[in-house]
Ligand binder design. Structure first.
Ligand SMILES: Nc1ncnc2c1ncn2[C@@H]1O[C@H](COP(=O)(O)OP(=O)(O)O)[C@@H](O)[C@H]1O
Ligand SMILES: O=C(O)[C@@H](COP(=O)(O)O)OP(=O)(O)O
Length: 310
C-alpha cells in the first residue's frame, strides 16, 4: 500500500498514524480513540486518492474532524498546542521533594506533548559540582536532605529551620544552572521540561516566575506511607537504595511540606501525585489553561489561530 506523503516547510515524510495519534493524545484523547481517529483520517485521505498533503491541510482536516465529531475541547487543545509547540518555546517546571514522582510525571508529560528535552535538577547539580568547589559551596556536595550538616551557622535556630536553611543553600546553587538551561532553551526556541527537588518557587528569579511561557507545577504525596512506598518502588528499578531515603525520610517530608507551602504562597498549582494518569491529566489541564490565557493576553482569537496554524 503506497504511503501518503505529508509535506512540511522543508521536509516530506510518510503519513504516520502513530505520530498523529500522539498529537491527539496530547490534546487529551484516550490512546485507543486517538488511534481510531488517526485511522479514520488516513482512510478518508485514501478514499480521496490523495498521495501528498501539506501539513497545514492535514492539521485543518484533523481540527474539523474533531469539531464535526463533537470533540470541541480536544479540537481547541489540538489547535493551541500546534501554535505553541511550534511557535513559542514552552518551559515546564515540575517541582517536588525527593520521591514524589517528579521525573516519572515529567517524562509522561514529555511523551504526551512530544517534548524531547527533559532534564533533572540532580543532573544540573552534577554539572554545578564540576564548576564550584566543595570548599566554596559545601552544601552543593550534599543531598537536599543532608545539606544542613555542612552549614556554618550549624547551631543557630531550631532544627526544622536548620534543615530547611541547608536545603535552600543547596538549591540556590543548582538554580543558577537551572536558570541558565531555561535561558538557552528560550534562545534556541526549544520546548523543555525541568524536574526536581531544587525547583523552589521563591528562590527562582522573578523574571522566570513572571514569564507566561514558563509553567511551574509542584507535586506532592500527601500520604506519608504512600511517599515511603515510592522509595521501595524506585529501588526495584534503579540503583538508588531505599534505605538512604528512608533514613532521612523525616527531613524529606519537611522539605515536601516547605515546597508545598512555598508553591501555594507563590500561586503555583500543587498536585497530589497519587495516580500517574490523573496527575498527567491535571498537568495538561494546567498547561492548556495557561495557553488559553496567553492567547487572550496576546489578543489572538481562535479564528486567527486557525489561520496561523492552517
Ligand atoms: N503516581 C504514581 N503512582 C505510583 N507510583 C509512582 C507515581 N509517581 C511515581 N511513582 C513511582 O515512584 C518512584 C519515585 O518516582 P520518581 O519519579 O523517581 O520520583 P522523584 O523523581 O520525584 O524522586 C518511582 O518508582 C516511580 O515509578
Ligand atoms: O538531593 C536529593 O534530594 C536527591 C534528589 O533526587 P530525587 O530523589 O528527587 O530524584 O538526590 P540524591 O540524594 O538522590 O542524590
Amino acid at each position: 500500500m503506497e504511503d501518503i506523503i505529508v509535506k512540511g516547510k522543508n521536509y516530506k515524510m510518510p503519513f504516520s498514524k502513530g505520530i498523529l495519534a500522539r498529537s491527539l493524545t496530547a490534546a487529551g484523547l484516550k490512546p485507543s480513540i486517538a488511534y481510531k481517529i488517526s485511522w479514520d483520517i488516513y482512510e478518508n485521505l485514501k478514499k480521496e486518492n490523495i498521495k501528498e498533503i501539506e501539513k497545514s491541510e492535514l492539521r485543518r482536516r484533523v481540527y474539523y474532524y474533531l469539531i464535526s465529531h463533537n470533540y470541541d475541547e480536544i479540537a481547541e487543545r489540538y489547535l493551541l498546542w500546534r501554535v505553541f509547540l511550534e511557535k513559542k518555546p514552552l518551559t515546564i517546571l515540575i517541582g517536588g521533594a525527593s520521591g514524589v514522582g517528579t521525573s516519572t510525571i515529567a517524562f509522561e508529560i514529555a511523551s504526551r506533548l512530544g517534548i524531547s528535552s527533559v532534564i533533572g535538577t540532580d543532573s544540573i547539580r552534577e554539572v554545578m559540582r564540576k564548576i564550584i568547589s566543595k570548599d566554596l559551596v559545601p552544601t552543593l556536595y550534599e543531598s537536599s536532605y543532608t545539606a544542613w550538616k555542612v552549614l556554618r551557622d550549624f547551631n543557630e535556630g531550631d532544627t526544622k529551620k536548620l534543615y530547611i536553611r541547608g536545603f535552600e543553600r543547596h538549591a540556590e546553587s543548582v538554580l543558577v544552572g537551572v536558570e541558565g538551561v531555561i535561558d538557552r532553551a528560550m534562545v534556541e526556541g526549544l520546548n523543555l521540561i525541568i524536574e526536581g527537588v531544587h525547583l523552589v518557587p521563591s528562590l527562582l528569579k522573578p523574571k522566570y516566575l513572571d514569564n507566561p511561557y514558563i509553567i511551574f507545577i509542584m507535586l506532592t504525596v500527601e500520604d506519608e506511607d504512600m511517599h515511603k512506598m515510592r522509595f521501595y518502588a524506585r529501588s526495584k528499578i534503579s540503583e538508588r537504595p531505599k534505605e538512604r531515603y528512608l533514613k532521612h525520610f523525616k527531613i524529606i517530608r519537611l522539605i515536601n511540606d516547605y515546597l508545598v507551602d512555598n508553591a501555594k504562597k507563590m500561586g503555583i498549582p500543587v498536585i497530589n501525585n497519587v495516580s500517574i494518569s490523573k496527575t498527567v491529566e491535571s498537568c495538561l489541564n494546567i498547561i492548556t489553561d495557561r495557553l488559553r490565557e496567553v492567547i487572550k493576553f496576546e489578543g489572538l482569537n481562535e479564528d486567527e489561530l486557525i489561520d496561523e496554524v492552517f
